[in-house]
Design a protein around this ligand. Structure first.
Ligand code: XLS
Ligand code: NI
Ligand code: NI
Length: 437
C-alpha cells in the first residue's frame, strides 16, 4: 500500500527553539520526570473515531475533511485499508496506544452475525499492525448510540430485546479487546438516560444498567480479561440527562449496585465542563475514591455549550490535570486518550499531525510544570500547613474518632472567640502557579 502521509516522516523531539512545525518542542518521550519517562507518564492514545472516522460534519453542515485514502465506501476492504493508514499515522506520531469503538473499525452488517464477521476481519489486521509496530490498544468499547435500534438507549432501553442486542454487542467487543490485549475496556452510556421523564421509569432503567454491568463483569471473568472496566461520566448529549452524569454520580451508582471494585472512571475534560465542573474537580473526586483510571484528553469552548472535543492546548488545564495525576501516583493501566477532533476548518491530513502534536506538547509541558511546582514545594507545603490543626490536639482526636459532640462542646466552651483562622491566599497561589507556566 502506498503511504497515506508520504511527505511526513517520524515526528521527533527537537526542543523549544525549533521552528519545524512537524516536531515536538515539549514532548521528549524518554526524558525522565520524577524518575519516570514522559512516555510512561502520559501514555498517549489516538482515538480511532475522531481521527479516522471523523469527517468534519456538524449539525449544520456535511463533512469537509480531505482524506485521500478513503474511497467513499464503508466496506470491510476499506476498513482494513484504513487500519494500515491509522497505524502509519500513529507510528509517525510516536504514540504508544489507540482506542476504538467496534463500529469505528469495522462496518455494521445486516445482522449481528455479519457485524461480528466484519469485526473479525478487521481485528485480524489490527492485530498484525499492533505486532508490526508495537502500538497497543488502550481500551476498546462498543458503539451503542449510533444505530436506530438504540434510539431509547441500550441497557436502559424500554425494549428488552434491545438490552439483549446491546449485551451481545458488548460481549463481542470485550472479546476482541481481550484478543488485542487491550489494557482496559470503557463504557460510555451515550443514550443511557432520557429525553423526557414523561415516558421514563428512571428507577427501572438504572436497575437495568446495574444488571448489564454485572453481566459484563461476569463475562470478563469468564474469559479471563484482566484489564479494568472504566465508566466515562457525561451529563447530557445526546440525551437530556445521562445516568452516569459526573464522577460523583458514577461513584454513587457503582456503590449502590456493588460494582465499585470492578470499575474505575475515565474522566473527560469536556464532559466535566458540561456537568458544570472543572476537569480537576472531576479528577479529584475520582482520585479521592481511588477510582481514577484513565483520561479522555480534550477541551471545550467556553462560548459553545456542547461537547466540542477540541484538542487540549490550554497550559493551565494540563498543569492542573498533571498535578492531580502526579499526586495520586500516576496512571497505571489508563492513558491520555485524545478524544478530540480537528476543527471542521482544519480539513487537511496534515492537520491531524498538527493537532496531536499540539495536544502532546501541551500535556508534556503541563507535566513539566506540575513536576516543577511539586519540586518547589511551596504549594504542597501551603496546603499541608493549612490543615495543621488536624495533626495534633483536638483535630487529631476527631480524625481518630476518639471524641464526640460532648467532648467538642467542652473544648469549644474553653475557646472564647476563634481567632486563629488563616488566609486562604487564593490570589497569591494563582500567581505562584503563574511563576511556573
Ligand atoms: C462521547 C464520548 C465517547 C467515549 C467513547 O462524548 O466521549 O467518545 O469516549 O464511547
Ligand atoms: Ni470520551
Ligand atoms: Ni466526549
Amino acid at each position: 500500500m502506498a503511504a497515506a502521509f508520504p511527505k511526513i516522516s517520524k515526528i521527533v523531539y527537537e526542543g523549544p527553539d525549533s521552528r519545524n512545525p512537524l516536531c515536538f518542542r515539549q514532548y521528549n518521550p524518554d526524558e525522565l520526570v520524577e524518575g519516570k519517562s514522559m512516555k510512561d507518564h502520559l501514555r498517549f492514545a489516538v482515538t480511532y473515531w475522531h481521527t479516522f472516522r471523523g469527517q468534519g460534519a456538524d449539525m449544520f453542515g456535511t463533512g469537509t475533511a480531505v482524506r485521500p485514502w478513503e474511497n467513499g465506501t464503508n466496506s470491510v476492504k476499506m476498513a482494513q485499508k484504513r487500519v494500515r493508514v491509522a497505524f502509519e499515522f500513529m507510528e509517525k506520531l510516536g504514540v504508544p496506544f489507540y482506542a476504538f469503538h467496534d463500529r469505528d473499525v469495522a462496518p455494521e452488517g445486516k445482522s449481528l452475525s455479519e457485524s461480528n464477521k466484519n469485526l473479525d476481519a478487521v481485528v485480524k489486521v489490527l492485530k498484525a499492525e499492533q505486532q508490526r509496530t508495537g502500538i497497543q490498544l488502550l481500551w476498546g468499547t462498543a458503539c451503542l448510540f449510533v444505530h436506530p435500534r438504540y434510539m431509547h438507549g441500550a441497557s436502559t432501553s424500554c425494549n428488552a430485546d434491545v438490552f439483549a442486542y446491546a449485551a451481545a454487542q458488548v460481549k463481542k467487543a470485550i472479546e476482541v479487546t481481550h484478543e488485542l490485549k487491550g489494557a482496559g475496556y470503557t463504557f460510555w452510556g451515550g443514550r443511557e438516560g432520557y429525553t423526557t421523564l414523561l415516558n421514563t421509569d428512571l428507577a427501572r432503567e438504572v436497575d437495568h444498567l446495574g444488571r448489564f454491568l454485572h453481566m459484563a463483569v461476569d463475562y470478563k471473568k469468564e474469559i479471563g480479561f484482566t484489564g479494568p472496566f472504566y465508566i466515562e461520566p457525561k451529563p447530557k448529549e445526546p440525551t437530556k440527562h445521562q445516568y452516569d452524569s459526573d464522577a460523583a454520580a458514577c461513584l454513587n451508582f457503582l456503590r449502590q449496585y456493588d460494582l465499585l471494585n470492578d470499575f474505575k472512571l475515565n474522566i473527560e475534560t469536556n464532559h466535566a465542563t458540561l456537568a458544570g465542573h472543572s476537569m480537576q474537580h472531576e479528577l479529584e473526586v475520582a482520585a479521592a475514591a481511588n477510582a481514577l483510571g484513565s483520561i479522555d484528553a480534550n477541551m471545550g469552548d467556553v462560548l459553545l455549550g456542547w461537547d466540542t472535543d477540541q484538542f487540549p492546548t490550554d497550559l493551565y488545564l494540563t498543569t492542573q490535570v498533571m498535578l492531580t495525576i502526579l499526586r495520586m501516583g500516576g496512571l497505571t493501566t489508563g492513558g491520555t486518550n485524545f478524544d478530540a477532533k480537528v476543527r471542521r476548518e482544519s480539513f487537511e491530513p496534515v492537520d491531524l499531525f498538527y493537532a496531536h502534536i499540539a495536544g502532546m506538547d501541551t500535556f508534556a509541558r503541563g507535566l513539566r510544570i506540575a513536576a516543577a511546582i511539586r519540586k518547589d514545594g511551596r504549594l504542597g507545603d501551603f496546603v499541608k500547613n493549612r490543615y495543621a490543626s488536624w495533626d495534633s490536639g483536638i483535630g487529631k482526636q476527631i480524625e481518630a474518632g476518639k471524641v464526640g459532640f460532648s467532648e467538642l462542646e467542652k473544648h469549644a466552651l474553653k475557646l472564647g472567640e476563634i481567632r486563629n483562622n488563616t488566609s486562604g491566599r487564593q490570589e497569591f497561589l494563582e500567581n505562584l502557579i503563574n511563576e511556573f507556566i
